[in-house]
Design a protein around this ligand. Structure first.
Ligand code: CDP
Ligand code: CDP
Length: 225
């Protein structure tokens, strides 16, 4: 048995994936890989260049000439797009509302999946996204599928925005989340879906600590089997 494993965390928008994935990675001294940030980064660049987001050939060409890096800092992670720090720029509502159109392009996904698999090679990783357990790391030893009611997820995003001093409307956030979940779940290539061997956790009334503990329990179960 290896002394490190891969942990795949998937689920819809604002289910708490990145928050718990970061803590689990920190606890285990594993690498955390935020695959959503990669799709967000290429979406930002495509928007900056005014590209048609449905033009698969153009977006793929752009991606092939784009460097996306996820760098760990003291307590957070920064995202570099062609060496430029875009950590905050990829979280704007413009990027959020367009990312799913870019992420549904099959050739873009294929390139992204290859990059993500290379990042995970031969190390302990916690990777979060939509297709990690099904396509990126189908052999991940621990697979978690996080869900929560859409009202709870919109409320969490709303509170997060308030803390950051960003104005937002709960109704609009709910619509945005529902729309993104719909596109992500209905696309043909590697849609958002629970892997058969993933453990589903409904976090609607769970604290972050409780979710982290559930995942660490699964990790312990794997090593003690
Ligand atoms: O954090 P949040 O749930 O808002 O989204 P994210 O993880 O940053 O992902 C942004 C978008 O990227 C998703 O809505 C998907 O369209 C896409 N994505 C994907 O298709 N596959 C992944 N593995 C990760 C993200
Ligand atoms: O990565 P994803 O989009 O799935 O969600 P996130 O950005 O990690 O979490 C959205 C917000 O929900 C964050 O502000 C968390 O602090 C909060 N939250 C959570 O992640 N898990 C809970 N059980 C409760 C709240």
């Amino acid at each position: 048995m290896k002394d490190y494993i891969a942990i795949a965390i998937d689920g819809p928008a604002a289910a708490g994936k990145s928050t718990v994935a970061k803590i689990v990675a920190e606890t285990l001294s594993y690498v955390y890989i935020d695959t959503g940030a990669m799709y967000r980064a290429i979406t930002l660049k495509a928007l900056q260049q005014d590209l048609d987001l449905n033009d698969e050939a153009a977006i793929l060409e752009l991606l092939l000439h784009t460097k996306i890096e996820l760098n760990k800092q003291e307590k957070s992670q920064i995202v570099l797009l062609d060496n430029e720090d875009v950590t905050n720029d990829i979280r704007t509502s413009e990027v959020t509302n367009n990312v799913s159109y870019v992420a549904k392009l099959p050739k873009v996904r294929k390139e992204m999946v290859e990059r993500q698999q290379a990042l995970a090679d031969n190390r302990g990783v916690v990777m979060d996204g939509r297709d990690i357990g099904t396509h990126v790391l189908p052999k991940a030893e621990v697979k978690i599928f996080l869900v929560a009611s859409v009202d709870e997820r919109a409320k969490r995003r709303h509170e997060e925005n308030l803390k950051r001093g960003i104005e937002s409307s709960l109704e609009e956030l709910t619509r945005e989340i529902e729309n993104r979940d719909f596109i992500d779940s209905k696309r043909e290539t590697s849609p958002l879906i629970k892997a058969d061997d993933a453990i589903e956790l409904d976090t609607t009334s769970l604290s972050i600590d409780q979710v982290v503990q559930e995942i660490l329990n699964e990790v312990n179960r794997y090593f003690n089997q």
